[in-house]
Design a binder for this molecule. Structure first.
Ligand SMILES: CC(C)(COP(=O)(O)OP(=O)(O)OC[C@H]1O[C@@H](n2cnc3c(N)ncnc32)[C@H](O)[C@@H]1OP(=O)(O)O)[C@@H](O)C(=O)NCCC(=O)NCCS
Length: 183
C-alpha cells in the first residue's frame, strides 16, 4: 500500500499524514507481560530474518521486552519492545521504547500505528500497576529514517515530544501517561 502525500507548513513541517491514514488492515496485538507463545515465536523469527538482534542481546532477553506486534495478512510486519528504567532527568521510571518495521512495509505509518498502540497498552498497564510508577513512554531517536522529523519538537501522532538529548547527542522523547504525576 502506498500513499500520495506532500509536506505542508500547516502540518507542522512534515507530511502531516495522520494515524487515521494508517492501513486499516493492520492487526495490532498487545504483548506486554502476556508471554504469548505465538507472538514470541513470530517475533524471534522476525528479528533473526531481519538480523535485528545486536550481538550481545539474546532473543530470550528481547522477548521479555515484547510490548506489541502488528500483523498484516497474518504476517508479522512490526514489533515493539520496551524495558522499564529510571530516567534521572525527569526523576521517574519510563518504558523505554523500540520498534522495527519490515523493510517491505515501511512508509505506511506502521511504526506510527504500533507506537500509539504501545503507548496506550503501557499506559493502561501502568495505571493498573501503580507500584511500578511508570510515568510514560520514552524513546531515543536513533534511526536515520526519522532525521527529517527530528526538527519538530512535538510529534502530534504519537505524543513523543522532545525532552532532551543523551551523551551521544541523540534526541530523547517522552509521551507522558495521562495519570502521571511528578514530585
Ligand atoms: C524507523 C522505522 C521504525 C520507521 O517505520 P515506518 O513504519 O516506515 O514509519 P512510518 O511510516 O510510521 O513513518 C512516520 C514518519 O517517519 C518519517 N520516516 C520514516 N521512514 C523514513 C525514511 N526512510 N525517510 C524519510 N522519512 C522517514 C516520515 O516523516 C514518516 O512520515 P511520512 O511518511 O508521512 O513522511 C523503520 O524505518 C525501521 O524499522 N527502521 C529500522 C529499525 C529502527 O531504526 N528502529 C527505530 C529505533 S527505535
Amino acid at each position: 500500500m502506498s500513499h500520495q502525500h506532500e509536506s505542508s507548513p500547516e502540518d507542522g513541517g512534515w507530511s502531516g499524514r495522520r494515524l487515521a491514514d494508517a492501513d486499516p488492515g493492520l492487526n495490532l496485538r498487545p504483548a506486554w507481560r502476556l508471554a504469548d507463545p505465538a507472538i514470541e515465536a513470530d517475533a524471534i523469527a522476525f528479528w533473526h530474518r531481519l538480523n535485528l538482534l545486536p550481538p550481545r542481546t539474546g532473543a530470550d532477553e528481547r522477548v521479555r521486552q515484547l510490548a506489541a506486534a502488528a500483523y498484516r495478512d497474518g504476517r508479522l510486519i512490526a514489533v515493539a519492545t520496551v524495558y522499564l528504567e529510571y530516567f534521572a532527568q525527569l526523576r521517574g521510571n519510563f518504558a523505554w521504547y523500540r520498534c522495527a518495521v519490515d523493510p517491505e512495509h515501511r512508509r505506511d505509518l506502521a511504526s506510527t500505528a504500533i507506537t500509539v498502540f504501545t503507548r496506550d497498552v503501557l499506559e493502561r498497564w501502568s495505571a493498573e500497576n501503580p507500584e511500578e510508577a511508570v510515568l510514560g513512554l520514552a524513546a531515543v531517536i536513533e534511526s536515520r529514517a526519522l532525521a527529517d522529523r527530528r526538527r519538530d519538537p512535538v510529534w502530534a501522532n504519537t505524543g513523543l515530544n522532545l525532552v532532551g538529548h543523551n551523551v551521544r547527542g541523540e534526541q530523547i522523547r517522552v509521551a507522558w501517561f495521562a495519570h502521571a504525576r511528578v514530585e
